[in-house]
Design a protein around this ligand. Sequence first.
Ligand SMILES: NC(=O)c1ccc[n+]([C@@H]2O[C@H](COP(=O)([O-])OP(=O)(O)OC[C@H]3O[C@@H](n4cnc5c(N)ncnc54)[C@H](OP(=O)(O)O)[C@@H]3O)[C@@H](O)[C@H]2O)c1
Length: 381
Amino acid sequence: MKKSRRTFLGNSLALGIAPIIGTNPVQMLVNDKKNEKKLKILILGGTSFLGPHQIAYALKRGHEVSIFTRGKTIPKIHKKLFSKVEKLVGDREDNLEALKNRKWDVVIDNSGRKTKWTDDTAQLLVDQVGYYMYTSSISVYYPFVGDDFSENRSLVTKIPNDATEQEQPTYEYGVMKATSELATINAFGSQRSIIVRPTLIVGPGDRTDRFPYWLARLEKGGDIIIPGQKDEVVQYIDVRDLAEWMIRLLENKAAGIYNGSGPGFKMTTNAFIHGIHASYNSSVNYVQIDDLNFLKENSIIGIQPWVIQLPQFAGMSKSDNSKAIQAGLQFRSLSETVSVTKEWWYSNAVSQDRRDKILSGEQSFMKREKDILVKWQNRKV
Ligand SMILES: NC(=O)c1ccc[n+]([C@@H]2O[C@H](COP(=O)([O-])OP(=O)(O)OC[C@H]3O[C@@H](n4cnc5c(N)ncnc54)[C@H](OP(=O)(O)O)[C@@H]3O)[C@@H](O)[C@H]2O)c1
């Protein structure tokens, strides 16, 4: 099952090891010109969130795309483009037949959910494919303690013995991503592996309500709880920026490890909220709640992943994107991200039920917000 980021909350220690491959400096790989060499691209996955955006850009650049899935997830965005994509059907668990005896220039492994899956496909494809790109995550750095979140940081490759039950899912995901990276490099070597570690991905097709929450909340207006400090840092990556950059990395054969995070400047929570609200006309009154104990008592910790006060998440928004920028990662503005995500959110790609749940579902924070505000106003200081 796909782990929700919300389940990432916990506290912890982690074992780290030095990354196996170095971070070779990549000199100005910005190459956004029309692509000269057409690539044959295989995507393991491709039909959920990140995949359709990669496909859209790859086709626009003149590449050929094959996808490998079980055929269960029906694309909800860029649907028409899938008629131009070769569809290979199998299961990463136990059926890779469709991948045998074929050649591609590059493979993108988006659907890695188990280390064994990546191990198996990397071993199988090593003589059939030039480069293996693994879609990892910044969770390989869990717990996010300290300040250095460059690609040289140690990875979490084992769940510590004293990890609590609550933090188990967080560790499992981080360890799975880290060991899958190692499986990639083990098969393809550092010269033919491209590892991308995205931070929280936002935009059309998002399966989580993390970013849509703020759109819905700011549209509604009224008294709005902003948890945490005004100047806490926010990081996210627009799915289109990530997808397009990943394709350009492949075009440039830019072997190496990269954090995939944005924006391109230090954005505070305050700037993030005001930036989104600029797209709405609602009347708003922000109530900043920075009392960690109060936030904990009222289960507000982690309602939005950009505002996380727990020590083990303190560095989650400190992912260093300088190497990625040097290698061509570019950023859309927050307003562009908002406008396209809004359009998608109100399209028939999203069910009314999902939209309603944010406002009033059982898990809805918005539903609890009024009562929490009363408590906040009546608290003894
Ligand atoms: N969302 C975030 O904020 C975030 C942050 C950091 C990293 N990431 C990583 O980004 C990656 C992108 O995920 P995505 O869902 O957007 O990718 P995607 O390529 O759009 O879709 C995932 C694909 O996996 C396929 N799949 C699932 N189980 C399979 C199986 N047993 N065998 C074969 N195919 C299978 C699904 O198709 P079928 O169901 O039809 O098989 C689907 O096409 C993930 O690795 C995730 O860990 C995400």
